[in-house]
Design a protein around this ligand. Sequence first.
Ligand code: PHE
Ligand code: CO
Length: 305
Amino acid sequence: MSIEHAVDAPAPGDAAAKAVNRGVAPVTYGQGERPPRGDYSAARADYTCDQHWAAYTPEEHALYRRLHERQSAQLPGLACDEFIRAVAQLGAADRIPRFDALSEALHRRTRWEVVAVPGLIPEEAFFALLANRRFPVTVWLRRPEEFDYIVEPDVFHDLFGHVPLLFDPVFADYMQAYGAGGLKASRLDACELLARLYWYTVEFGLIRTPQGVRAYGAGILSSAGELRHSVTSSLPSRVPFRLERIMRTRYKIDSYQATYFVIDSFQQLFDATAPDFTPIYRAIRQQPEIEAGAVLPGEERIPPA
Ligand code: PHE
Ligand code: CO
């Protein structure tokens, strides 16, 4: 889902990690209280691995098909058009897609490709892949009992949620710029601020359309319940996208978001994030954080669809 939980992992070249792993150091969700789910022993130094498509079981393909069906049925009226149009590009909906075939189609359109990873990866490795137009997709699928909810990103979230918008030229360029910006934020010790931008756009973003707000964030679009909630419920706040406001705003990792930020277009998102963030990070650090559900005085409230 996102990268800010990729904590506690030594850098890929770390000698201690090499001693206990033939591949790369595993990355766990949260503070490492649970064992990592992926097999990191076969990953390369850039954290990519082989998909081993033939190893998926018939039950896994069937579970993917059920997830795909449930989510696709909800898209009309809730997902943005760019997403709906591109879902068909993922290939046959009845089995887990082959990453190599998908990459070929994607590369023809926007010069992006998808690469397999064992699960969460450290943020620098993640940024480096994005900066090179390579989107990391987790190889494993959730278990049947996680049909409705899963904490960590799996192949369904990563593929169904993220890959369709990589077919959109402007959004595709935004993702690459984010990767490059991430490498820079690492040097500036500003990853926490930048992660909020990822969270409130790439994962939980809404977009205004003539028909009303629609979802474009992957965390929403791969969620059974949050898709309808984010677009139609009157409970959460929906406010216009503002870069500095987002960087100051905390977020929820264990419930639906209390606030959604609404862009007018992918071009607006790209243009608003193009300036050098160095002075922006410096300014944000001087300002108080904003609670996840807070609405600021004078802030426009955008109605549900
Ligand atoms: N403009 C940002 C910077 O200079 C980089 C960036 C672009 C970050 C797009 C996120 C998204 O740091
Ligand atoms: Co995600």
